[in-house]
Design a protein around this ligand. Structure first.
Ligand SMILES: [Zn+2]
Ligand SMILES: [Zn+2]
Length: 335
């Protein structure tokens, strides 16, 4: 019997077999459902976060994902040149990276996209030419008292497309490569509310109405391995528990072998941190690289409460590597 979710998954996979030309929703009919596979090789290298062993740090996130011979860039940093500069410094070529994943619309994850594409395109026309995003990323955003759309993605979009790039919009979980999943928008079953509320509340346009901006486009990458799930987040605004619960439902109810990226808990209350760590313990998290908006204090607290040690739980830094075979290479500052 085919469940509704199976149908959805089946439909969203179709986007991959269509030629990519312009922005589209990955939801046409698929010829068949690809087999579920687990990946054998996975290496994640951090290219943008606050701390840096080499290169420069910034409030933002970006990482190179190398998985079973494929290369993807997950987020593109806060300044238009930091990921490019750090990649050069680390001798990481982005010329052979065809795909980008943008975790959500915030500029500290998306600002490098156009400059990176313009940089690689003359040498490699297919490099960084396809950007996976979740539904809602282009929704207009306004601040209270100002009707101007401040969503930079609506300025990035025409520039990226003019540079030969194309967006693939995911409205549901999608296995973009064998064992490599994007969650699409994550249901908010637990009221985690892991985003910053500024002095002027922000609103998003949804269905012709202005609603509270819960960052509905927040999306994570899930890699299915024999050791368990590897979860990569940008800011984790959907809530790290919501993300992991959804990943375990959609991909496989396996332990979390590694949790890597920003999980926006730097300003969380004591109560939120206590609730989150108790949930994370239940998911059997074995490695944690708490980068970007996770919060330094949060990382050290979680190291203790999750029963991890210095080899398995570190503050994220540029040049750090997580490798499925060898674990975390912490680098100098986070050692
Ligand atoms: Zn964010
Ligand atoms: Zn961020």
């Amino acid at each position: 019997m085919t469940s509704r979710r199976d149908v959805l998954r089946h439909l969203t996979l179709a986007g991959l077999v269509l030629p990519f030309a312009s922005t589209r929703l990955a939801s046409a009919a698929a010829p068949h459902r690809p087999a579920r596979r687990r990946v054998g090789q996975l290496r994640i290298t951090i290219l943008s976060t606050m701390l840096a062993d080499e290169g420069i740090g910034e409030w933002g996130f970006g990482a190179l994902v190398e998985v079973d011979g494929r290369r993807l860039l997950f987020d593109t940093g806060a300044h238009d040149d930091v990921v490019a500069r750090n990649a050069r410094e680390l001798k990481v070529s982005l010329d052979t990276v065809p795909e980008v994943v943008l975790s959500h619309f915030h500029a500290d994850h998306t600002s490098g996209l156009v400059a990176l594409r313009r940089d690689v395109a003359p040498r490699q026309p297919m490099a960084l030419a396809r950007a996976h995003v979740a539904e809602g990323i282009f929704a207009p955003r306004v601040r209270d008292g100002d009707p101007t759309d401040y969503n930079e993605m609506n300025r990035v979009r025409p520039q990226y497309e003019a540079a030969g790039g194309a967006f693939v919009v995911h409205g549901a979980p999608t296995q973009i490569h064998p064992g490599v999943w994007l969650t699409g928008p994550v249901p908010r079953r637990n009221p985690e509310r892991n985003w910053s509320v500024g002095a002027r509340p922000t609103r998003v346009q949804r269905g012709g109405q202005l609603a509270e901006d819960t960052v509905p486009d927040d999306m994570a990458m899930i890699v299915d391995t024999d050791q368990g799930l590897v979860v990569l987040t940008g800011c984790g605004h959907a809530g790290v528990v919501n993300i992991i619960e959804y990943a375990r439902e959609v991909v496989r109810p396996a332990p979390v072998h590694a949790l890597i990226g920003g999980i926006h808990l730097f300003n969380a209350s004591e109560q939120t941190l206590a609730w989150t760590e108790q949930k994370l313990r239940g998911f059997g998290v074995r490695h944690l690289i708490g980068a970007h908006c996770t919060g330094v204090e949060t990382v050290y607290r979680f190291r203790q409460s999750l029963g991890l040690d210095r080899a398995h739980c570190v503050v994220g830094a540029v040049r750090q590597v997580f490798d499925l075979a060898t674990g975390i290479r912490a680098g100098v500052i986070a050692r």
